[in-house]
Design a protein around this ligand. Structure first.
Ligand code: C2O
Length: 485
């Protein structure tokens, strides 16, 4: 680093300097299969042909065989964790087991799941959209989708959104938090609610409900062949986050958690249980696969990589509001949080992100320093989810003219989430919660809004999803916290 001129770093572009922030992918070995971007595949790419064969074979197995297509989807219906820190590792194990079954039943020893990169290619991949393939029914097609040309909007999976997700340095902010109250590794915690971070609540949940049909609901999600490519991309983003030098939590309540008798993998006699603990899922190379580095996105993502870390362990100040009325589709809900004088002073100190050369070097060494970060986050807690229907819930701050037509490009917009997995049993008494980072919005609006220092009005604007219910969708947040870090 010392040989690099400061001007090169700052002017010649983050791209040059930041390229080296990413550790190279370990050299390929014969046992590590490459999961590839479906957009780079011809319709008859051998991988897609193998996937089609595997699907047909799985659908043809008797229901008594756990590799049967419907049986595989029932695993998701019955035990998938959402809204907590088991979300990423559990779905990783689910993909690994499924991929091995595909390998066995397609007869293609080199089969690795493709991924759908909804950032670079926001439209449902065309090979999944046509009912026919080579003169018969296309195994990748699912007629239940809302449309076959679903396109994921920029405020869900665009470069800026994904960059900001990848810029999180705290595992639980990135990957959703521990279930609230977890104090041992008993299986019951698998489906208890924590706080969903933006990766899960925005792109993950929204892609589900925007594809809709089977994909739109937990019990049927994995019946749609695109499910596996969607989750492969979520898994890829986790891997990319790790390759940026971000560490998973070392909390034993997470790493020692076991998934026992939940998955099966091929065996000589058909199949055998695949039992694994979270710490057995952290090295994808040892699980037998890898992702190609995403060069295109790294260039874009580099721009925001220097964001300071959220440190939820210290200097957090909360203001809270409860007794919140229900939110209804197309009606803005205001949740004004009054700040104490001390809190408004912390807020005033938040400044646009700038980072010194020294800090950049620290960053590159992985030695990020937890200095006063200057971030503001809202946690919308214990939501009674909609009893019927769903909505995209856009979050704004202090917008004087908020209405359903105010677009995500508006300067008061902060983020979005949607409900997924809130409609099935098994969560105990707790309810879902969502974390939204307000920092960039506050930085934008504070010029010209002197009162931002006294009151943060966290506003929810639930809007209809394409093809979704247009009215009668109602939910109720239990409380909202604003944390100044
Ligand atoms: Cu368990 Cu994307 O869902």
């Amino acid at each position: 680093m010392s040989g690099i001129d400061r001007r090169d770093l700052l002017v010649a572009g983050a791209t040059v300097a930041l390229g080296s922030l990413f550790s190279p992918v370990p050299a390929a070995s014969q046992t590590k299969l490459l999961r590839r971007n479906v957009a780079t595949m011809a319709p008859d790419d051998p991988i897609l042909e193998s996937y089609r064969r595997a699907i047909v074979a799985m659908r043809g197995l008797p229901p008594s065989d756990p590799r049967n297509w419907t049986r595989q989807a029932q695993i998701h219906r019955d035990i998938c964790p959402h809204g907590n820190w088991f979300f990423l590792p559990w779905h990783r194990a689910y993909l690994v087991a499924f991929e091995r079954i595909c390998r066995q039943l397609s007869g293609d020893a080199n089969f690795a799941l493709p991924y759908w990169d909804w950032t670079a290619n926001p439209q449902l991949p065309a090979v999944f959209a046509s009912p026919q393939w080579k003169g018969s029914a296309n195994p990748l097609f699912d007629s239940s989708r809302i449309s076959q040309t679903v396109t994921i909007p920029t405020n869900v999976s665009g470069v800026t959104v994904i960059a900001s997700i990848l810029a999180e340095s705290n595992f639980e902010d990135f990957a959703s938090t521990r279930p609230s109250g977890q104090n041992d590794t008993k299986p019951v915690w698998q489906r208890r609610w924590g706080i969903s971070g933006p990766l899960e609540s925005n792109p993950h949940n929204q892609v589900h409900v925007r594809v809709g049909g089977n994909m739109g609901q937990v019990p049927t999600g994995a019946l749609d062949p695109i499910f596996w490519l969607h989750h492969c991309n979520v898994d890829r983003l986790w891997d990319q986050w790790n390759r940026q030098g971000r560490a998973n939590t070392n909390d034993l309540l997470w790493s020692k958690f076991e998934f026992t008798n939940q998955f099966v993998v091929p065996a000589a006699s058909g199949s055998a249980p695949f039992n694994v603990s979270v710490d057995g899922l952290l090295d994808i190379g040892s699980l037998g696969y890898q992702y190609a580095p995403d060069i295109h996105s790294l260039r874009e993502f580099g721009k925001t990589l220097l964001r300071r870390p959220i440190d939820l362990s210290g200097r957090v100040q909360f203001s809270s509001l409860s007794n919140i009325p229900p939110a209804r589709i197309n009606v803005p809900l205001n949740m004004p949080v009054i700040l104490t004088q001390q809190q408004s002073i912390s807020l005033e100190r938040i400044r646009p992100e700038q980072i010194s050369l020294e800090e950049l070097i620290q960053f590159q060494k992985g030695g990020e320093q937890r200095q006063s970060a200057g971030r503001v986050v809202a946690v919308i807690r214990n939501i009674d989810p909609p009893k019927s229907g769903n909505a995209e819930v856009r979050v704004f701050v202090n917008c004087p003219y908020l209405g359903p037509d105010v677009p995500p490009e508006d300067r008061h917009y902060a983020g979005a989430f949607t409900f997924f997995g809130t409609d099935h049993a098994g969560h105990g008494e707790d309810k879902p919660s969502y974390l939204i980072d307000l920092t960039d919005t506050i930085l934008r609006i504070r010029q010209g809004q002197p009162n931002v220092y006294d009151q943060i009005n966290v506003q929810l604007m639930p809007v209809a999803l394409p093809g979704g219910q247009k009215e009668g969708v109602e939910f109720r947040p239990g409380s909202v916290d604003v944390a100044i870090i």
